[in-house]
Design a protein. Structure first.
Lengths: 171, 341
């Protein structure tokens, strides 16, 4: 009962803050709503007994990445709106296509989840493994999914080197 | 009911009152220590030897006019000091002051929560404090605070990396993320971890000085060039919140150093039998005494060392401390796999 109340109020908060992120007038407010959104998601993880994930969510997203966003937003100081393009309907069409894609994906996930044969087994198995546990996350990352993990880290390294190359004209 | 609601609430109340009192007297101690180093007397008027000076300071800060600059962003301007103070206070939830005491037949642990991820919780919560610094400087809509807040956050983010790296090597040594278990591991291994990881302790303490914007890394508040730092435009109670947060953070850094490196509530030489008479002093007294030593070092450093230049600060952070911390992690991991098995 208490868990349900907590979940639904958190879910409402997350969605509301998400809306606030995209409707806020000032970009700085937008970033702040995003931080609050991430904190609520972290609480959702705590509710799921995934404390480790919750703390990582706060540490990496709220405490790390969004701080850099805030830096950029503050320094650029967007007062003007986005530039007008020659074709005014272009953005509408692009937005419609993106929305259609996302809707299709959600639909596919919903169909997959409610498909009678597979859905229940997968969900309970992950819950039983206890994803909050540091050892289990470590085992999953460094043993079971070692190759994807390393590939992701190489990708980040490439992005980092690329950023340095772009920022420094001459090395 | 009593176990889950009343006792934690009482604990939290005592802790908050204790921390805030400690902060008030830390300010007085700072003024006194600075004065002694400079062969002055320091505050002497209010109470015997100025002992009631904190009360006078608090009254002054509460009564002063609370000004909001006309072109400031009102909401964020109000929010910033709160964002700075709250993380500094909630970190205390996982710091163990001692094992447990028995009062009226009820065993009460001397910590509010023993999270299985305590150390990560501290790092995560502490990383949120930087928002207050950035937003306070930005929302004032004034040049010097903005410059200072950019400096402060760049400094904080840089040194956070090195400090977190040293904590990784401490986790490797202790084999746990829980603050209580880290202290128990020091008891089990018979060493305070500072003797196993002196390099880590050095990096941690230097990083701690930088993260709390203290001398010699007090560039964000360099009065000579930036007026007063990111809180230049603040006055009255909202300025007091920034002030509180800075000193609360000093206590946090000292308390974590005590817990992880200097044996927490353990007596000196926990494995030496004939010093067992030292157990007569309760654990929480050892903890507080050790924390006080670090706080004194904070003040002593401020009175002694000149401020770094900005480029020196960044060079030390990125080219000395971070590589050293990463090397320390690698050596510790190798030692753990090859020697300790």
């Amino acid at each position: 009962m208490g868990e349900a109340i907590a979940f639904y109020s958190l879910a409402a908060l997350i969605l509301g803050l998400g809306l606030a992120v995209i409707t806020a007038r000032s970009t700085v407010y937008s970033v702040l709503f995003l931080v609050a959104n991430f904190l609520c998601v972290a609480m959702l993880y705590v509710l799921l007994r995934a404390e480790f994930l919750a703390v990582i969510q706060v540490l990496v997203y709220a405490g790390g990445i969004v701080v850099l966003y805030l830096f950029v937003v503050m320094l650029v100081n967007l007062k003007r709106g986005p530039e007008d393009h020659a074709d005014p309907r272009r953005r509408d069409r692009l937005g419609l296509a993106m929305a259609g894609l996302v809707f299709g994906q959600l639909l596919a996930v919903a169909i997959y989840a409610f498909w009678p044969s597979q859905a229940t087994g997968g969900a309970s198995a992950t819950a039983a493994r206890g994803i909050g546990n540091v050892e289990q996350v470590g085992h999953a990352l460094y043993v079971e999914y070692l190759v994807p993990f390393e590939v992701a880290s190489v990708l980040l390294l490439v992005a980092m080197i690329g950023a340095i190359l772009l920022a420094k004209r001459e090395l | 009911m009593i176990d889950y609601v009343v006792i934690p609430l009482v604990q939290i109340a005592i802790l908050l009152v204790g921390v805030l009192t400690a902060v008030a007297y830390l300010v007085l101690l700072e003024r006194k220590v600075q004065a002694w180093v400079q062969v002055r007397l320091g505050p002497m008027r209010v109470g015997p030897h100025g002992l009631l000076q904190p009360v006078a300071d608090i009254v002054k800060l509460l009564v002063k006019e609370d000004i909001t600059p006309a072109r400031a962003d009102k909401w964020i301007y109000t929010l910033a000091p709160i964002i700075v103070l709250v993380p500094a206070l909630i970190v205390f939830a996982v710091i163990p002051f001692g094992q447990s005491v028995t009062l009226f037949g009820v065993s009460i642990p001397l910590y509010i929560a023993d999270l299985n991820i305590g150390l990560l919780y501290i790092v995560a919560v502490a990383s949120l404090g930087v928002y207050g610094t950035i937003l306070g400087g930005w929302s004032s809509n004034s040049k010097y605070p903005l410059l200072a807040s950019l400096r402060a956050s760049a400094q904080l983010i840089s040194y956070e990396v090195a400090v977190t790296m040293t904590l990784v090597s401490m986790i490797l040594v202790a084999g746990s993320l829980s603050m209580v278990e880290i202290v128990e591991a020091q008891q089990a291994q018979g060493w305070w971890f500072v003797f196993l990881q002196p390099v880590a302790f050095f990096i941690y303490f230097v990083g701690g000085l930088a993260e709390t914007n203290r001398a010699p890394f007090d560039l964000p508040e360099a009065e000579q060039e930036l007026v007063g730092g990111f809180h230049t435009e603040y006055s009255g109670i909202r300025f007091a919140l920034f002030f509180l947060a800075e000193y609360a953070n000093m206590i946090v850094i000292s308390a974590i150093a005590t817990t992880i490196f200097w044996g927490g509530w353990l007596r000196p030489f926990p494995s030496v039998e004939f010093l067992a008479f030292l157990d007569w002093v309760p654990g929480w007294a050892w903890f507080i005494a050790k924390t006080m030593v670090f706080l004194y070092v904070f003040l002593w450093v401020r009175a002694t060392l000149p401020r770094y230049r900005y480029d020196q600060l960044m060079r030390i952070g990125w080219k000395v401390l971070i590589p050293l911390a990463i090397a320390n992690v690698i050596v510790t991991a190798a030692w753990k796999v090859l020697v300790a098995g």
